[in-house]
Design a protein around this ligand. Structure first.
Ligand code: PMP
Ligand code: GLN
Length: 379
């Protein structure tokens, strides 16, 4: 086997969820809601399963979904892109893999920002390229232009930007996006923009895509996921968005990764993207449970870092009076307290330890209350 995989363990997301599947523990680890997703989309998928083709759909996605994506991003983010700018994939996970394989050559350097989503570095390495990490610092996790520029070399081919950022829940400012775009243009870099959390923002914060910045249209691959937009993580329905030329190349990678994606979920998501009522109901539910989580953690004496987006809250252990590193606290929480969390070291360079754990807050308030009670008992 390839040495990358020989040396690799199971992800902490799966390890934590596996410990919770028998119902004996509370899962505030892996990011997923504890409801079953919007009934309108489940009904639409059931209808499509019965009434529409279950054979291979068009390789780049059913026309209804590509048109719905173009309409959705035009209305919500002002992106003026035709349906042939979109390629439907089996989750953002496949989209990220396709993007990396499409633009990265052996020997290239790829800028990653840490905390970094766990698939980026292994996939960049598997493509024969070298990840170069730029560390973002708490509490605001800002992109510092000078620091990024210092990491760029003549071999740098691309950067992967996850905005909003999992695990921190932070959002890049307009100035930071402009800086990232200027750096990409000045150094001729492709930006792979993992924007799966674009719909999960709170406190009135909007979403701007790097794709929409000056000079970025031809060099940006924007990635989205119905899993996060609708709270249907098991559907694994995602998409790539790029200039039609770049989208054509991405389609050629996709055709040899999965070729197509289940048609019934594509038709259902196409309907869902036009349903602002469904999207805002989902969002209102997540805003409610987030508020509940912040209150519960505060009442229990946990200090949190600011997180205006995502389904996650990050607890600062030292500021909470806990003298353990993140891995030790997560282990104690799951084995002694019966509550799963994600140590932020799952997202750090080479797994180096941190003093922060991530909690998922899109759960019923009673689940959050019991989870926080258990965390408080092992602190
Ligand atoms: N990127 C980020 C930053 C994510 O948080 C996730 C899902 N947790 C993904 C990609 C993968 O999305 P999908 O489930 O659609 O493959
Ligand atoms: N992205 C999800 C999270 O951050 C997990 C997805 C996965 O298990 N790879 O919790």
């Amino acid at each position: 086997v390839h040495p990358i995989y020989a040396a690799m363990g199971e992800t902490v997301f799966e390890a934590m969820s596996a410990l919770c599947r028998d119902g004996s523990r509370i899962n505030l680890g892996q990011g997923f809601p504890d409801d079953n997703g919007p009934p309108e989309l489940r009904a639409a998928a059931a209808r499509a399963l019965e009434q529409r083709s279950n054979q291979y759909p068009p390789m780049a996605g059913v026309p209804e979904l590509r048109a719905a994506l173009a309409d959705f991003y035009r209305r919500h983010q002002g992106l003026d892109l035709a349906p042939d700018s979109y390629v439907v994939t089996s989750g953002a996970t496949e989209a990220l893999t396709a993007a990396i394989l499409a633009v990265v050559r052996p020997g290239d350097e790829v800028l990653l920002f840490a905390p970094t989503y766990d698939l980026y570095a292994p996939m960049v390495r598997r493509a024969g390229a070298i990840p170069v990490f730029v560390r973002l610092s708490p509490p605001l996790w800002r992109y510092e232009r000078a620091q990024i520029e210092a990491a760029i070399t003549p071999r740098t081919a691309a950067m992967i930007v996850n905005d909003p950022l999992n695990p921190t829940g932070s959002v890049a400012s307009a100035e930071e996006l402009a800086d990232l775009a200027a750096l990409c243009a000045a150094h001729d870099l492709v930006a792979i923009c993992d924007e799966v959390w674009e719909g999960v923002r709170f406190d009135g914060i909007g979403h701007r895509s790097l794709l929409d910045q000056t000079g970025m249209a031809g060099r940006t691959i924007k990635i989205g996921s119905a899993g996060k937009l609708f709270g249907l993580t098991g559907w694994k329905l995602g998409w790539l968005c790029a200039s039609p030329e770049l989208a054509g190349v991405l389609g050629r990678v996709h055709q040899f990764l999965t070729f197509t994606t289940m048609p019934a979920t594509q038709y259902a998501v196409a309907e869902g993207l036009a349903r602002d009522d469904v999207l805002s109901r989902q969002h209102a539910g997540w805003a409610r449970t987030r508020t509940a989580m912040l209150r519960l953690l505060d009442e229990a004496g946990f200090a949190v870092l600011p997180a205006p987006a995502t389904w996650f809250t990050c607890v600062d252990l030292a500021a909470s009076g806990i003298a353990l590193d993140d891995a030790a606290f997560s282990r104690r929480a799951v084995h002694e307290g019966g509550v799963a969390t994600i140590p932020l070291s799952a997202f750090s360079v080479d797994g180096e330890l941190t003093g922060v754990v991530r909690l998922c807050h899109c759960k019923d308030e009673s689940v959050l209350a019991e989870g926080v009670r258990r965390l408080a008992a092992v602190r």
